[in-house]
Design a binder for this molecule. Structure first.
Ligand code: HEC
Length: 291
């Protein structure tokens, strides 16, 4: 998804750049065409004024849209929300680990992952691992387990919280991102919360202190939009960034080799580029006296 998107972005940038070039050329041609020399500056001015007006109109349009958006709430496009995360972003992975330990480990294990591997891949020094990540009494070589006894979870939630090691691969990163961005208050549920991505979810809204509380407005039985009922500790943007970090962390956990593979990939490409340059120089050297 992310790669497709960046290709799209490049195409878009290219498109915008060429439009700009064409319109710039258009202005130049318009200026040239006007035969009487005296009127040339006028037509340039007219073109500029037109441009300025178009920009102003666009801005007004954007403001109007934003205001409409604010009034009608948000979330009608939730099915297209994406985390846009990157496992190459080590700082994001570190924050994701911190939040997993703070908000998820109480219920969810990562049974295929050892703390020592996390420390190595996420570049966490041993003393910080000890101080901030390892639960009391755990060793770096331990697997990441949850203190929640399965039987208790069953009684409390009616469902066992699944292990999250392979969750990002099983469900996809978009899914987990939407799961944590589409909670809404629903007093008819035991947990007081419901979810668009996973209707009647058994997991409580564990991040609501950060996100605040949203209400969902339905029209003709179908979801229409969210309204923020009360704010959380984070702004909307900060909250989205937090969920992105968590999703990023789970993406890495699902396939830890990604981190190494990507950095290796970059090195290989750099090597090939350098090697191509060298080969070219060598070719020039060999053919120097042959013409
Ligand atoms: C209070 C216990 C609890 C905490 C804390 C918790 N979860 Fe859950 N989680 C559950 C339960 C119970 C389920 C099973 C929900 C269901 O199937 O309805 C679940 C399910 C999930 C699922 C799978 C959803 C699916 O489609 O089956 C994901 C992903 C998940 N949790 C991620 C997280 C993350 C990330 C955190 C930390 C931000 C977290 N959970 C914190 C209890 C918890």
């Amino acid at each position: 998804m992310r790669r497709v998107k960046s290709v799209r972005q490049i195409l878009l940038c290219g498109g915008v750049a060429s439009l700009w070039l064409i319109s710039a050329a258009g202005v130049a041609v318009a200026a040239d065409d006007s035969a009487p020399a005296a009127s040339a500056p006028n037509s340039v001015q007219a073109a500029l004024a037109l441009g300025a007006k178009a920009t102003q109109d666009l801005q007004d349009e954007k403001k109007k849209k934003e205001e409409e958006e604010r009034l009608k709430g948000f979330g009608s496009d939730w099915q297209s929300w994406e985390p846009d995360n990157s496992v190459a972003d080590i700082a994001s992975l570190q924050r994701g680990l911190r939040d997993y330990a703070g908000y998820c480990r109480g219920c969810h294990s990562l049974k295929y992952m050892r703390y020592s591997r996390l420390a190595q891949d996420l570049q966490i020094p041993a003393d910080q691992l000890q101080q901030y990540v390892l639960p009391a009494g755990a060793k770096a070589s331990d697997y990441v387990t949850s203190p929640m006894p399965a039987a208790d979870a069953l009684t409390w939630f009616g469902k066992e919280p699944p292990d999250l090691s392979l969750m990002a691969r099983a469900r996809g990163t978009d899914y987990i991102y939407r799961l944590f961005t589409t909670y809404y208050s629903d007093p008819s549920k035991a947990t007081g919360a419901n979810n668009l991505q996973l209707p009647s979810v058994a997991m409580p809204a564990v991040l609501s202190t950060l996100e605040g509380v949203k209400a969902a407005v339905f029209k003709d039985g179908a979801f229409d939009h969210f309204v923020q009922v009360s704010p959380g500790a984070l702004s909307h943007e900060e909250y989205l960034a937090t969920v992105r970090d968590l999703v990023n962390f789970l993406d890495y956990v699902g396939e830890p080799a990604q981190v190494q593979r990507r950095s290796l990939g970059v090195k290989v490409v750099l090597f090939l580029l350098a090697f191509t340059a060298l080969t070219y120089l060598l070719k020039r050297e060999y053919w120097k006296n042959i013409h």
